[in-house]
Each structure stands twice: as C-alpha cells, then as structure tokens.
Design a protein around this ligand. Structure first.
Ligand SMILES: C[S@@+](CC[C@H](N)C(=O)[O-])C[C@H]1O[C@@H](n2cnc3c(N)ncnc32)[C@H](O)[C@@H]1O
Length: 328
C-alpha cells in the first residue's frame, strides 16, 4: 500500500478520459481521488462517497478501483450518496445533467449519472435522496475510504459526523472537499478536534484536505463533534490548530492559513457576533487571493455588520396608532 504522501509524486502518471463527467472540482483533485483508489485502498472496509453530483468525482474513484489489484469488483462496493436531483436546498447544479441543463419538467440526473458510470455500475451502489434518509444509523461497518463533498450545511455535516465518522478506524483515509471554503467552518474545527488521531497526507490539493486516521478516535470526541458542543473560542482554537498544519496548497494557488482565518470569521458570523466576525475578516482584505476570490464573503460579513448597526425601522402610522390605543 502506498503511503498517502507518496501519491503526490504520481500526478503525472494519471490519465483520466477526456469525456469524464463534469465535476465541481479541479483535475488535480480528480487525479488524487484516482490515486488513492488505485494505490491506497486495500479492500478491508467500505468505500463511500458523500456528494457524487454528476459523477465526475465518482468516475475517478471507480477507475482507480478497477485498476487496483486489491479491489475485488465482485465483492467490493463504492457507495455513492447524493440527492441526484436539482432543486432548492440541494446544492446540485444543472451542469450535472449530460445536456448541461435539466430537461423540461424533470429534475433528476440519476439516469445521466448511471449512464456516465455505466462501465462501473456493477460495483457502484447509488443512495439517492437526502442523506439523513438514505444512510443507515445502524450501519457500523468500518469505512476505509471516505470522500466528503456533501457537508455544505451544518445540518448535513451533523449527519456525516454522526453516521460516517464513527466508522473510521486506523488506516482509513478521508478526503474533505471544499476545505478551501470559509463558509463551511465545521469542516475546519472538526478536523482540528481530530488532529491527535489523524495524519494529514500533505499539502491540500486545491480545495481538498486529505488525512489518514492513525489512532482510534474516542466515541465521546465523535459525539462532541456531531453535537458541536464547542464554544466559539474553542472552535477558533481548533481552527488555529489546523492552521499550524497547513500552508499553500500543493499547486501553490490556495493560501490555507488565510482561508482558515476567514473561516474563523464565519464561526462568529453564524453565532450572530458580526462585530467580531468583521474584526477577524477586515485585515484579510489585504490578502490578494482572498480579495480576488472571496469578495462576496467580505460583502456578506460587512453587510451583516451594517445591518446590526442600522437604526430600527421607524414604526408605521398604524402601529403608532395602535400603541396610543393599547399603551404598548
Ligand atoms: C459540490 S456537489 C458534489 C460535486 C461532485 N463531487 C463533483 O465532483 O462534481 C455537492 C453535492 O451534494 C449533494 N447534497 C447536498 N446536500 C445533500 C443531502 N442532504 N443529501 C444528499 N445529497 C446532498 C448535492 O446534491 C450535490 O450534488
């Protein structure tokens, strides 16, 4: 089994087909998924992808598994979880349809996903729908490969933390997509809490942080993560601990220390402490990467601060009249 660190020297060996399905991630990340599936997986546990979308990431994993001599297609399964449909609150894009948009009156891209993954459907198992409904709370079977590209809300992250993280044992590998998104700080502080039990593979690959579990993770810690039983200060300290472990991503594009600093601002923002959020965010305006790629984040944080400071709207005439009558 290749150590995860060794996979970084193998990018040039990977050739993915030109017509691989559209993916909401970089080629680098697709290639790393392939490399982990090809060289790291050894068939000892479940293989799980949370947030398969149109199959661009699933395809890379499935191709790696097919070329991995340790993977037995007759027995092994790659579990693919997704809504497999577009619509409000799904975080799925119309680009997951083969045609690039949903057909008249249709919202499911499951058929397109299965057609794109046809060469591998013998070992890909689709779990279509809200992950809270499609995952089994009783399933405690060990997971050896976990790609997380679904935790776009705290509600969904809770499901991941409750039902999937407890199934990780030493040797398991986790790939956290969207780790470069400051709006998802639960990815960052939960990783901080796991640090004593994991080894980060190396520099993040664009937006993906990869780690291996190296020690059993205590059940109480996992419960604390799932219930998010941390104060704001504790969450900020956990993110700082991750900042100590990461810097520029492997391709030299994403400055993770700064990205995670902005994630701290979002911890405060979600708690309604907009002043503290802005105090953290404002100095980051000077960072060229963040000011170029996250202008909308700064605008959101500044707007929230402005809304806090704005005077309460003047009472309407009707309300003034009511007040006079009721005395309230
Ligand atoms: C960023 S996309 C995944 C992209 C995909 N991995 C790729 O490489 O193109 C996130 C996916 O998470 C799915 N998703 C978000 N919340 C979900 C939930 N509660 N249950 C099931 N799927 C969910 C969306 O349908 C969406 O396809």
């Amino acid at each position: 089994m290749a150590s995860l660190g060794r996979l970084y020297s193998m990018f040039d060996d990977v050739v993915l087909p030109e017509d691989i399905p559209y993916a909401q991630m970089s080629d680098w990340e697709q290639k790393f998924l392939y490399l982990v599936a090809r060289h790291h997986v050894n068939g000892t546990g479940a293989l799980v992808e949370l947030g398969s979308g149109g199959g661009g990431s699933t395809y890379a994993i499935a191709k790696g598994l097919r070329e991995n001599p340790a993977f037995d297609e007759k027995k092994g399964r790659l579990h693919a979880y997704d809504f497999f449909r577009v619509g409000k609150g799904t975080f799925a894009t119309q680009r997951f349809f083969k045609a690039g948009k949903a057909p008249e009156g249709g919202n499911s891209f499951r058929e397109d996903f299965e057609a794109a993954l046809a060469p591998f459907m013998g070992f890909v198992e689709v779990h279509a729908g809200d992950i809270w409904n499609t995952s089994d709370p009783q399933d405690k079977s060990p997971i050896e490969f976990l790609h997380i590209d679904i935790a776009k809300t705290a509600r969904v992250f809770r499901c991941v933390a409750e039902r999937f993280l407890p199934r990780l044992e030493p040797g398991a590998v986790v790939l956290h997509q969207d780790f470069a998104s400051p709006r998802l700080p639960w990815l960052h502080h939960s990783t901080g809490a796991l640090l004593p039990y994991i080894e980060i593979a190396g520099a993040p690959i664009r937006s993906t942080l990869v780690f291996e579990v190296v020690r059993p993770i205590p059940a109480e810690l996992l419960e604390r993560i799932a219930k998010d039983e941390y104060t704001v200060d504790e969450r900020l300290a956990l993110i700082s601990a991750v900042q100590d472990e990461v810097d520029l991503d492997h391709t030299g594009r994403v400055p993770f220390k700064q990205v995670l600093e902005l994630a701290k601002a979002y911890v405060c923002h979600y708690e309604g402490d907009h002043r503290r959020a802005w105090r953290i965010a404002e100095p980051l305006l000077k960072d060229p990467y963040l000011s170029e790629t996250r202008a909308d984040h700064f605008a959101q944080l500044r707007r929230a601060l402005g809304e806090d400071a704005a005077p309460a709207p003047a009472p309407s005439r009707v309300r003034r009249l009511l007040r006079r009558v009721t005395g309230r």
